[in-house]
Design a protein around this ligand. Sequence first.
Ligand SMILES: [Zn+2]
Length: 395
Amino acid sequence: MSDQGAIPDATEALPVVRTGESVAELAFQMPLIDHHCHGVQTGTATDAEVELLATESDWPAPPGTSVFDNPFGITVRSLCAPLLDLPRHCTAEEYLQRRGELGGTEVSTRLLASSGTERYLLDTGFRASTITTPHEMATLTGSATDEIVRLERLAESIAPGCTAAGFASAFDDALEAAAANAVGVKSIIAYRYGLDFDPARPEPAQVTAAAGRWLTRIEAGSPGRLADPVLLRHLLWRAVELRKPIQLHVGYGDPDIVLHRCDPSHLTRFAHATRTTGAQLMLLHCYPYIRQAGILAQLFPHVWLDTSCAVSHTGPSSETLVRESLEIAPMHKLLYASDAFGLPELYACGSWLWRRAVGLVLDEWLADNLIGAADARRYVKMLGRDNAVRAYGLE
Ligand SMILES: [Zn+2]
């Protein structure tokens, strides 16, 4: 304690004025651009399929328990039940029964409409045969739908029939063709290897040698799953040259991950290496490394982040991580995404929870006069759609 006497009243230096304005309403009304999501399951999902799609685990809930008691399941029974004509907080059994009665298309139509999404950017590289294509998604929702090309899936699709020496140019041709109709690409190097990869671009001879080893294994009958770090880095560097936004899986979001190797701080040297290339690195999910991702988004002009699937899966607690995402990242580097796959409930809950959290946090800043009403309104729109428009060149 200083000997200068009492600490001055902080309100004299920084008057706190309760403004009475609110942006929560705007947060709930504005159309969103969902920059990272997948399609919804086609047909009507069985109860067991719903339970598995409601978690990022690839194991069913233990006998006698249900994912409807997970934070996401609790949220579904609160938010989605009324949309299916059920009382709020209905039981899991009641929810699943009603879901089955209405059928997949009706459930998807109602729940997707509730998300208020004006545009979907669909990653088509995972279990594409079981979910809606971008065209089907656009038909179902009446909203514009664009495609994101998954690099590893593309490489796996062209591998059969390639020679080691011909792999690199075959991939270039395939990427050029696929990207012509896509707004961005996605890398899953996080869970095929780890984000602690060598950030340098691999030499052509290294790529040929690695392709030779991979193709030999495929010819011997092993699955074509691409996990070679040299080839994964090659794909990533080809994407850098493509100059379309590169989505990177980060942190939580897949049962395959070794979580600590998906910490985005491992990407620091790759971010340095690509800073002047024109590439844009879109860090997806980021949980629980949201602060690390936020720091990279502040330090590097080409790093962005979202909180996507973590919002749905933390349900009632999701405000905490949206608040973390707003701690240090510039307002122009944050994006909305649901990362929904298969279940329309993930779109409905992801958007509602994110709108709630952003409204709560910005209204708090507004009430304390730390931001003005015009900025608060501008920020809500930037976070929900305008940043995505700028990042992906959508208009
Ligand atoms: Zn995803």
